[in-house]
Design a protein around this ligand. Structure first.
Ligand code: NAD
Length: 259
């Protein structure tokens, strides 16, 4: 997609690592200006620096917790004033949570829904509104997961958060279609990223959690599906205005089975 996004402003959340960072780089390669957003300040700045080296004419790192509505409002104001209206928004920031339903505490539920669902709601509401008011179209990509349509007793809370993101994306797609704003939900299966090292395993102590994180990380590594391939799928989803995009072979299989 060489220069396909030249002149466009692309904002990616969760851009300090994994799928978000790879997505910022892919849009940078395609000529876009990049706003790399993450709660990890150093990582966001680094992604912005590397995006410039790769081909982004301009790139900025912004430190924001996507679950914080006020912080997202402030970010949107700053972006609109200093960089312009966002053409492509990628709501990608997310955290993992594993554990049976009865091991998962109310606090665990709140944490995962705050980031994985409310983070996406804030992004869509605040930046989607700016896009709609400008009246020149745009695109919103939300990173859901194959877990959104594949029930698992190991991931009830995470899967519920992603199922909500998937449905929200489809509803918003219908609402915004008339205004030339596309909405896509990306649904990856296992992708080799850092997510396993920050996944909370409900009902375990710190030592057991570390062991399970390592074990899961090895499993993700075995699948060996790189975040760059998800980034390519995200760019394709924008170019082709695709609705729901399962990525990785097992995610595609599970998607077919769920229909
Ligand atoms: P990752 O841990 O490598 O990257 C996630 C990034 O999001 C990190 O940089 C983290 O700092 C940031 N982040 C987390 N909470 C945040 C918050 N409240 N505010 C701002 N930034 C925050 O993981 P990843 O695998 O690249 O995950 C990206 C997205 O992909 C997530 O939504 C995840 O649920 C989804 N996903 C991942 C997989 C997988 O197998 N890796 C599969 C399906 C879906």
């Amino acid at each position: 997609y060489a220069d396909r996004f030249g002149g466009q402003l692309v904002l990616v959340t969760g851009a300090a690592s994994g799928i978000g960072r790879a997505t910022a780089f892919a849009f940078a390669e395609a000529g876009a200006r990049i706003v790399a957003v993450d709660r990890d300040a150093e990582g966001a700045t680094r992604t912005a620096e590397m995006s410039r080296l790769i081909g982004a004419p301009e790139a900025w790192g912004e430190t924001v917790d996507v679950s914080d509505e006020q912080a997202m409002e402030k970010l949107a104001e700053k972006v609109a004033t200093e960089y312009g209206v966002v053409d492509v928004l990628v709501n990608n920031a997310g955290i993992g949570l594993s554990g049976s339903f009865f091991d998962t505490t109310a606090e665990d539920w709140k944490k995962v829904l705050d980031v994985n669902l409310w983070g996406v709601i804030h992004g869509c509401r605040i930046f989607g509104k700016q896009m709609a008011e400008r009246g020149q179209g745009g695109h919103i990509v939300n990173t859901a997961s194959a877990a959104a349509y594949q029930p698992s007793r190991a991931l009830p809370a995470y899967s519920t958060s992603k199922a909500a993101v998937l449905m929200l994306s489809e509803c918003l797609r219908a609402e915004l279609a008339g205004q030339g704003i596309g909405v896509s939900a990306i649904c990856p299966g296992l992708v080799n990223t850092n997510i396993t090292s920050t996944t909370h395993f409900a009902g375990t102590d710190a030592q057991e959690e570390k062991r399970l994180q390592k074990k899961t990380s090895r499993l993700y590594g075995l699948r060996n599906f790189p975040p760059e391939k998800v980034a390519s799928a995200i760019l394709r989803a924008v170019v082709k205005n695709q609705a729901v995009v399962p990525v990785t072979p097992e995610a595609r299989g599970a998607h077919l089975m769920s229909r």
